[in-house]
Design a protein around this ligand. Structure first.
Ligand code: HEC
Length: 100
């Protein structure tokens, strides 16, 4: 189970890298980013649950840019600043999967 989750994550990373080479601005919004990237780990017990914890958006953005142990760092070419700010806001307020 754990091995399979990790294999899935590697696939996600490959996907993000490929998308990154296409340049910034590839995400519709933070909800799409969360579903396609963050959720693969953070909704699958690979990473800690993020929703409903009122984590400060500044903290979330810093972790995504810097990485932290098993949490990969993402460059601006992979996740542009606007989408990162949007996903951080959504995670912080718990509205990450809400449709707008
Ligand atoms: C490859 C799996 C993976 C992906 C993809 C991933 N994360 Fe993580 N994330 C982790 C793991 C594992 C940790 C725990 C790191 C540690 O503390 O050792 C973590 C930690 C975090 C933390 C810190 C949580 C805390 O309790 O302090 C935040 C915030 C975070 N991730 C946000 C994100 C966001 C936003 C995305 C999408 C852009 C994302 N992560 C994508 C695996 C992932």
């Amino acid at each position: 189970m754990r091995t399979r989750a990790w294999a899935g994550c590697l696939g996600v990373l490959a996907l993000v890298t490929a998308a990154g080479s296409a340049g910034a601005g590839q995400w519709r919004d933070g909800a799409e980013l969360y579903q396609k990237v963050c959720g693969h780990c953070h909704e699958a017990n690979v990473g800690p649950v993020l929703k409903g914890r009122s984590l400060p958006p500044e903290y979330i953005q810093r972790v995504v840019r810097m990485g932290n142990r098993a949490m990969p760092a993402f460059r601006p070419t992979e996740i542009d600043d606007a989408t990162l700010a949007d996903v951080a806001r959504r995670i912080s307020t718990g509205a990450v999967l809400a449709r707008e």
